[in-house]
Design a protein around this ligand. Sequence first.
Ligand code: SF4
Length: 214
Amino acid sequence: MTNIDKVILQMMQVMLQNKLPAIDRIEEESHDPFKVLVGTLLSARTKDETTDAVCRRLFKRVSSYHDLKHLSLIELEELIKPIGFYHTKARHLQRLPHVLEERFAGIIPRTIEELILLPGVGRKTANLVLVIAFKIPAVCVDTHVHRIMNRLGYVSTKTSLETEMALRGKLPVKHWLVFNSCFVSYGQHVCLPRNPRCNECRIFSECERVGVNR
Ligand code: SF4
């Protein structure tokens, strides 16, 4: 049976030896929920290095939601272009200030139910914003969490939503603020999507390697 305390401790050590995930870096450098929200929106289906570079460029022009109002759709697209699905994400960024003002008086909300009312924000983004920007315990399941939790045998689920629900009932709340960052980092450096580096894995003894070719 997986000792999840040990797993997260080992993953944390690996994370601290490497570059932090992009959204953690944005929080570390800005302490700004707006920037964490924008970074999280842009990071979906995008490599961390690309998210990092694009956010650095974008945040030179945009430091609050007010600045988004002065950019045309084409300017926004140009600014975020290497990002995956940049047409759609630019449209979401353009609508963001209006929804924020109309529904939330310009303040980034602090609940999942409210966050998912913002353009382009789904449960994953909402959960991550709660954890990273507001330090509110939440279960953020992205592709790394879903994949590694299943490989470990800690959950047995088909979709990210199923994984989120399973973890809500099983993962101790004390881990909710940190586990996503640890799993993202571990998924980027060791438990890779296609060729997991099981030979150099610190949690080999805790892992059932479900679905991994041995
Ligand atoms: S043993 Fe392999 S599959 Fe399991 S967590 Fe480590 S790298 Fe991933």
